[in-house]
Design a protein around this ligand. Structure first.
Ligand SMILES: [Mg+2]
Length: 180
C-alpha cells in the first residue's frame, strides 16, 4: 500500500541517542529523557518538506525486558508529545529481534535490525519517498551502515545539539543537490 501524496525526501531518524538520550533499553515513558531541541529539529524537517521517520532497534523485546505492545505504547505517546509541540513524525519502524534474545520468538538475525537496511527499505516502500534526497541521522556506526546499505547518506550525531545538527545536515543536502 502506498500512502497518498507527492513524492518527498525522507529523514530517517534513529531513536535512542537522537530523539531521546540513549539510556539503554528504554521501553517505558518514565525512563525516557528527550534530547534537548528535538521538537525544533523535527519542525525544521517538516518545514523543509521531508517525511520524518523513526527507525529503531529495540532488542529489549528479544531480551524479555519489555514487550512489543510497550514499545508501541511508548511510541504513540512520544508522537503525541512531539505533535503537541508542532513536530510531526510520519511513521515508525522498530526491530524487536536479536540473535542473543532470551525469548524464542524473537531470537533471530533480522535484516530489519540495523546495520541491516530493512526498516529504511520498508518505509521507502510504504510511503512515496524520494530516496535520491533522503538521509539517515544516527548516533551509532550501525545507523551509518544501514544508510549505506540502503544507498543514502548517513550523518553521525554526537553531542546534544540536535537542532543545530539538523540545520547543518539540511545545508549539506542542499549543497549536494546543487552540485548534481
Ligand atoms: Mg542510537
Amino acid at each position: 500500500m502506498t500512502a497518498p501524496g507527492p513524492r518527498r525526501p525522507a529523514a530517517f531518524l534513529d531513536r535512542d541517542g537522537v530523539i531521546n538520550y540513549n539510556d539503554h533499553y528504554v521501553g517505558t515513558r518514565d525512563r525516557l529523557r528527550w534530547m534537548p531541541g528535538i521538537a525544533a529539529a523535527i519542525r525544521q524537517l517538516n518545514a523543509a518538506g521531508y517525511y520524518v521517520f523513526i527507525i529503531t532497534n529495540q532488542s529489549g523485546v528479544a531480551r524479555g525486558m519489555f514487550g512489543e505492545d510497550d514499545v508501541r505504547a511508548l511510541h504513540r505517546w512520544m508522537l503525541e508529545e512531539l505533535n503537541a509541540q508542532g513536530a510531526r513524525i510520519d511513521d515508525v519502524r522498530f526491530c524487536p529481534h536479536h540473535v542473543d534474545g532470551t525469548i524464542d520468538a524473537y531470537r533471530l538475525a533480522c535484516e530489519h535490525r540495523k546495520p541491516g537496511p530493512g526498516m529504511i527499505l520498508d518505509l521507502a516502500k510504504a510511503w512515496p519517498v524520494d530516496m535520491t534526497r533522503s538521509f539517515v541521522i544516527g548516533d551509532s556506526a550501525s545507523d551509518i551502515e544501514a544508510a549505506q546499505a540502503a544507498g543514502i547518506p548517513g550523518f553521525r550525531f554526537e553531542g546534544e545539539d540536535i537542532d543545530g545538527f539538523v540545520k547543518q545536515v539540511l545545508i549539506e543536502m542542499q549543497r549536494a543537490a546543487a552540485s548534481n
